[in-house]
Write a protein that binds this ligand. Structure first.
Ligand code: LLP
Length: 426
């Protein structure tokens, strides 16, 4: 980060053109705002690159009824990580057959709900789950459509907490040990399960597209082994999500077309060289659809200069609306919308209001020198894994979520009130 003015190219158009003071006055702060058009544009880029049948939005990155409807209108599938996400999707009217259900530890209740609703794909993560799927499917008289999740042993060059494709991962069946092949053979042989194909997700916030090509190689070796040993054709390979997003001005741009090209090339070339019919490739993007469309509005409440140490600019939210800096050391930009073009010579720590020293939103922010209490401060590119990982830590009510479309704001999730904080107490 630098003292230069905020680089507007990282924020989305509707966020830049909105009257943020008016939004803050009307809806309060902290406030999540989303550029609805930007999310639709990213969905359409994915559809153009892969085809609507081959894109599932990863709901874990941001989910609420309005988002489910947006995904539905754009014609995508929906990746649900839990029964809770699936519930939100179904309640909002999302077609069950377009839902992909994930999870390394799905309960009987979650599986039953999925099978009863007629969920299109269940990504099986363990032999225990396959046992359960056979039993529950038989009880309900349905044949679950199963993707076998495999762990390819590929390092994705991202934060280790969000890297999921390595041998150590808790997810999926390991390819190198032969467990993945055995699981696929089991599903193919089972009369109570339908083998839909393979699933592989190597991690999140990935820039090195080559990582995907290497994962495809591992998956295609497995496809060849499955076909050679069972005669089954593997029709689908879901290559997960994970495409990196530009959080900071110095980050590279997100290139959905290049990502698609890399995946398709790897699948086509790799299938040819193995004498296989190229399987269909599906993806599950989350972050790259919603991150840049979102921004968080905060109000500066105190400014404290500790001579020779740091200047703290404290805002009215914090790790309860954005835990990513504390969890992953994730970096964000900060700017004052009232002075968006100003130089930012003052190095500050943008802190939240929580009772922890680690509650920093931007530990190394630059702001205009005249930042004052009462200013509106914005962190752009907070649309992914912010609201979805928000908590009530310190009994801080969660912010509202506002979608902006055609310049008009609408609340899609209302702000929590103090009454909500005791809603579940008995
Ligand atoms: N598919 C699967 C199976 C996944 O596990 C994930 C993310 C995705 C798709 C979507 O990945 P995306 O395109 O959003 O990168 N809370 C962390 C990210 C955790 C990602 C978990 N899985 C963060 O804030 O960085």
């Amino acid at each position: 980060m630098t003292a230069a003015p905020f680089d507007k190219s990282i924020a989305s158009p509707a966020v830049l053109s909105a009257d943020l003071e008016a939004l803050a006055a009307e809806f309060g702060t902290p406030l999540f705002i989303y550029d609805e058009g930007a999310m639709r544009d990213r969905c359409r880029e994915y559809v153009d690159a892969f085809g609507a049948e081959n894109v599932a939005f990863a709901g874990k990155s941001f989910l609420c009824t309005a988002m489910v409807r947006l995904v539905m209108e754009e014609g995508l599938h929906l990746d649900c990580a839990t029964g809770g996400e699936m519930h939100v999707a179904l309640i909002a009217g999302f077609p069950a057959e377009r839902i992909v259900l994930h999870g390394n530890n799905k309960s009987d209740e979650e599986l039953n709900a999925a099978l009863s609703a007629g969920v299109g794909r269940i990504v099986a993560d363990s032999n225990d789950e396959l046992d359960r799927l056979e039993r529950l499917g038989a009880e309900l008289g349905v044949v679950p459509r199963v993707l076998v999740r495999v762990t390819p042993g590929v390092e994705a060059h991202t934060h280790e907490f969000i890297e999921t494709g390595t041998e150590e991962s808790k997810f999926g069946f390991t390819v190198s040990s032969g467990v993945a092949l055995a699981a696929a053979q089991r599903v193919v042989a089972s009369t109570s399960l339908e083998f839909a194909g393979l699933h592989c997700h190597i991690g999140s916030q990935i820039w090195v597209l080559e990582s995907y090509a290497r994962a495809v190689e591992v998956v295609l070796d497995l496809v060849a082994a499955i076909t050679a040993t069972t005669g089954a054709v593997v029709e689908e390979t879901v290559m997960g999500g994970g495409l990196g997003v530009r959080y900071l001005a110095e980050d590279p741009p997100t290139d959905i077309a290049a990502y698609a090209l890399t995946l398709r090339d790897a699948i086509t070339t790799g299938s040819q060289s193995r004498g296989l019919m190229a399987p269909r490739v599906m993806v599950e993007p989350g972050r790259s659809i919603v991150a840049a469309a979102g921004a968080t509005l905060y109000r500066v409440g105190t400014i404290k200069e500790i001579p020779g140490v740091a200047t703290y600019v404290s805002v009215d939210g914090g790790m309860s609306d954005n835990p990513r800096p504390a969890l992953y050391g994730a970096g964000y930009e900060a700017y004052l919308p009232a002075q968006i073009d100003a130089e930012r010579p003052l190095e500050v720590r943008v802190a939240g209001k929580h009772c922890e020293q680690g509650d920093l939103i931007v530990p190394d922010a630059y702001l205009p020198a005249n930042v004052t209490v009462g200013d509106l401060l914005v962190t752009p590119v907070t649309g992914a894994y912010g609201y979805s990982m928000a908590s009530n830590y310190n009994k801080v009510p969660r912010p509202a979520v506002v979608f902006i479309s055609g310049g008009a704001p609408r609340v899609v999730v209302r702000r929590e009130t103090n009454d909500d904080l005791t809603r579940l107490d008995q």
